[in-house]
Design a protein around this ligand. Structure first.
Ligand SMILES: *Cc1c(COP(=O)(O)O)cnc(C)c1O
Length: 404
């Protein structure tokens, strides 16, 4: 057996294989340049065209492009009417923004545990966390795998809750033929460079509900409207507008939207390549009993953003840090998604209990994110697989003895 790179051996890859990377084509660049030479850098035709493209891609009747995925979550919560003291049930294994958006509104995030196989929010745990103060659910399509929306819809209908889907990972995913964006009451997206399509920074809010759509529009644009049908006072003329809410400037620029539209045209290709890599990983890793991957019953409908592998650290006789460091030394740019949000110091200061979600804590002890993006070559994919096999073999061979 070759020595592990962490012990001074030769790494499986000669260069660092990053976990995520944007894929920018010459056409993407030309689209941005064309907008830069145009009359509108914001509030122009590129934003309108991107929003129209997103309506097609999501099947939603209304889409607002916004500054980033966090802003999208914030306006989604504002549109849902989340305010002081309202409880919102949130996935525990997610990026902090999924919960921060509730705090921005004065609400209280309540963390639900994850399902041990799909790693998405557990419907059983949601039911346990509902109180008379619960107003909404923020459910994250972890890694791009669609949440259990049928069950969540049922819970929302029973308890009169708003279903917010944080689909930052899931543009391009569908469920039973319905695209993500047209399933929940409100769906949010992120176009950060590691996500499946990018605008540099950017996000979007999608809904089929005209009332929610109008509120999203208002809160994302200063709370200001030029729609005379909403005015409280008489229309004073062509210059006149009214501010009706304390909104924010969360607009996306036309420069970003031009990139977004060009990227959106490539979404099917991106989805196919991501799916292909996931299926190669799954077929290789299903041969290794010490690792497990995310359960997805409809992979043909999923556009995957992240590929996480769980290492059975107990049977391997090492901890996750050792696996992580060993893979990094092999030049596999592994990462960890995510720390349970309730364990972040800010949340601990707020009084959240670090033991509130058993499955999420267990997941966190074992999870390592492998590279997944469209710039990966087949050779790099082979290196990632080779690196995982090499590290697992070494752990089985000597993990306990070396007592890491
Ligand atoms: C990336 C991400 C966000 C935030 O998006 P930004 O565009 O970075 O603000 C929110 N939720 C999840 C699950 C994410 O992965």
């Amino acid at each position: 057996m070759d020595a592990l790179a962490i012990d001074g051996g030769k790494p499986v890859s000669g260069h660092l294989i990053g976990y995520g990377h944007q894929d920018i084509s010459d056409r993407d660049i030309q689209a941005v340049v064309k907008t830069l030479r145009s009359d509108y850098l914001t509030c122009g035709p590129a934003t309108e065209a991107f929003e129209a493209g997103l309506r097609l891609a999501t099947g939603a009747k209304f889409v607002a492009a916004v500054a980033n995925g966090t802003a999208a979550l914030h306006v989604a919560c504002l549109a849902a009417g989340i305010g002081s003291g309202d409880e919102v049930i949130v996935s525990s294994i997610t990026f902090a923004a999924s919960a921060n958006c509730v705090l921005y509104c004065g609400g209280i995030p309540v963390f639900a545990d994850i399902d041990p196989y799909t790693w998405n929010i557990s419907s059983k745990s949601i039911r346990e966390k509902i109180t008379s103060k619960t107003r909404a659910i923020v459910a994250v399509d972890f890694g791009g795998v669609h949440v259990d929306s049928e069950e969540i819809r049922k819970i929302c209908d029973e308890h009169n809750l708003i279903f917010i889907e944080d689909a930052a990972h899931a543009i391009g995913t569908s469920h039973g033929g319905r695209q993500v964006g047209s399933i929940a009451d409100i769906t949010t997206f992120s176009f950060h460079p590691v996500k499946t399509i990018t605008t540099g920074e950017g996000g979007a809010v999608a809904t089929n509900d005209p009332v929610l759509a109008a509120r999203v529009e208002l809160f994302a644009k200063h709370g200001i409207t030029r729609d005379a049908s909403l005015f409280h006072n008489p229309d004073e003329g062509g210059w006149y507008y009214e501010q009706l809410e304390l909104g924010y400037n969360y607009r996306m620029s036309d420069i970003q939207a031009a990139l977004g539209l060009s990227q959106l045209e490539r979404l099917d290709d991106f989805s196919a390549r991501r799916r292909e890599i996931v299926s190669i990983y799954n077929s290789e890793f299903s041969k290794i009993p010490e690792v497990s991957f995310q359960k997805d019953t409809t992979p043909e409908e999923t556009t995957r953003h992240l590929y996480v592998l769980r290492f059975d650290v107990e049977s391997l006789g090492v901890n996750r840090k050792y696996v992580f460091d060993a893979l990094r030394a092999e030049n596999i740019g592994v990462n960890v998604h995510y720390l349970p949000v309730y364990r972040l110091p800010y949340y601990a200061f707020l009084g959240y209990n670090s033991d509130c979600c058993i499955e999420a804590n267990h997941y966190y002890e074992e999870a390592v994110t492998l590279p997944l993006h469209c710039c990966l070559t087949n050779e790099e994919v082979e290196h990632v697989i080779g690196g995982v096999k090499k590290v697992v073999e070494h752990c089985k061979d000597g993990g306990r003895r070396i007592s890491r």
